[in-house]
Design a protein around this ligand. Structure first.
Ligand code: JB2
Length: 207
């Protein structure tokens, strides 16, 4: 019998991603959470501890999805999953609009109502959350999280590992560095360097 997808994580983000995978027609057989995780995640049995990543692979599971909101932990667990020989699948809502000319990596979550427009690139392990819009020619880096209702105009780039909080807006042609945290509702009208936290309207670096 065909084995289903293994989801890593069993919290709020995993709930949404399990339902995205189901909406795509996939079966999710197990979630793997931390030691103190819940027992089920939207009806999926939860195994506790990362030793199950290898065990399930040995028993024939091939497809995995890392559903953890933390960019760093998602990246770390994805490396473990790939080392074990899993294929990282995408979880993309049928209610998202993805341009046919957009380029998508693997292990990506794109939630309902999100839009990725023409010739944009979304790298591995990125999250484009509910209702976020990424306009044409944007470049979304690896393990980035664009939170719900963010709006990125055309030709915006976001470096690896960055987090854009709920409702951020970015005007055209702006570059946001790697490992940046942008506070909720920030409006970016000038470039943001690597590794900083920026907040406000317009967004200013605070550390
Ligand atoms: O090392 C780990 C590990 N550490 C935490 N290995 C495995 N396999 N799982 C781990 N976890 C699991 O991540 C916990 O057991 C728990 O199941 C999950 C974290 O759940 P939580 O609900 O705290 O966060 P989340 O990552 O699912 O969701 C966050 O990010 C989303 C994007 C929340 O902030 C959500 O509100 C947000 N929408």
């Amino acid at each position: 019998m065909q084995k289903g997808v293994v989801v890593i994580g069993a919290g709020g983000h995993a709930k949404v991603c399990v339902e995205l995978l189901r909406a795509m027609g996939a079966e999710v057989d197990y979630c793997i959470g931390g030691d103190s995780s819940v027992r089920t995640c939207v009806g999926v049995p939860v195994l506790h501890g990362d030793e199950h990543i290898g065990r399930l692979r040995e028993s024939g599971y091939q497809s995995a999805f890392v559903a953890i909101g933390s960019n760093r932990l998602r990246e770390k667990l994805a490396a473990t999953v790939v080392e074990h020989g899993y294929c990282l699948v995408n979880a993309i809502s049928p209610l998202a609009v993805i341009s046919p000319s957009a380029r998508l990596g693997s292990g990506i979550a794109i939630m309902a109502g999100a839009i990725v427009n023409a010739e944009s690139t979304v790298a591995d392990l990125a999250i484009i959350n509910t209702g976020a819009t990424v306009d044409h020619d944007c470049n979304i880096g690896r393990a980035v999280h664009i939170a719900p209702q963010c709006g990125l105009a055309g030709n915006v780039s976001v470096g690896d590992g960055s987090f854009l909080g709920i409702g951020c807006k970015v005007i055209p042609e702006q570059s946001i560095g790697a490992n940046v945290v942008l506070g909720a509702g920030s409006v970016v009208i000038s470039p943001i360097p690597d590794g900083v936290t920026a907040v406000g309207v317009p967004a200013r670096v605070i550390r």
